[in-house]
Design a protein. Structure first.
Length: 157
């Protein structure tokens, strides 16, 4: 009788562990699928997960990514490191900024500072009075603040 009860307890533990593994795997699959969705998929209501993904659209520079890249190229002094006597090399900088509900840039935060005036140059360009406003991000049709992460490399030759 004791042996049968132990077998039942062990089967119950195994079933609970198996069930827990399934839940964790489902949660991980949902997490990775959710984080890998493109804005178009989100807008179509795509969801394989238990909770539906909100109708969300990220902030966008007028004209899209190509226009943003063109704006940065045209406005950043790409020789700022050389002008500040930086030795030859590449200088990477990572930063983020918030795009407000009205499309303006606020809260510029840097992950690193390679020096040689690079950080100041980025602040100068992002705070210019004539910078075009971004199309704000939205969730379920409501404008929301959005953090945009950016990496740039300056080269001194």
């Amino acid at each position: 009788m004791q042996v049968n009860q132990n077998k039942k307890i062990n089967k119950s533990k195994i079933h609970k562990k198996s069930k827990m593994k399934k839940i964790i795997i489902i949660a991980l699959v949902c997490f990775f699928k959710t984080n890998s969705l493109m804005a178009n998929d989100i807008n179509k209501g795509y969801s394989n997960c238990v909770n539906k993904i909100a109708d969300s659209i990220p902030a966008e520079f007028p004209g899209g990514l190509k226009a943003w890249t063109k704006y940065l190229s045209a406005n950043l002094n790409q020789n700022i490191a050389v002008a500040n006597n930086a030795p030859e090399g590449k200088y990477d900088i990572a930063f983020q900024f918030t795009i407000g509900k009205e499309g303006g840039i606020t809260k510029i935060e840097f992950e690193n500072d390679p020096g040689y005036g690079i950080q100041d140059e980025i602040v100068r360009v992002l705070t210019k009075s004539n910078i075009p406003k971004w199309k704000p991000a939205s969730i379920n049709g409501q404008y929301v603040a959005y953090k945009h992460k950016q990496r740039l490399t300056f080269t001194a030759e």
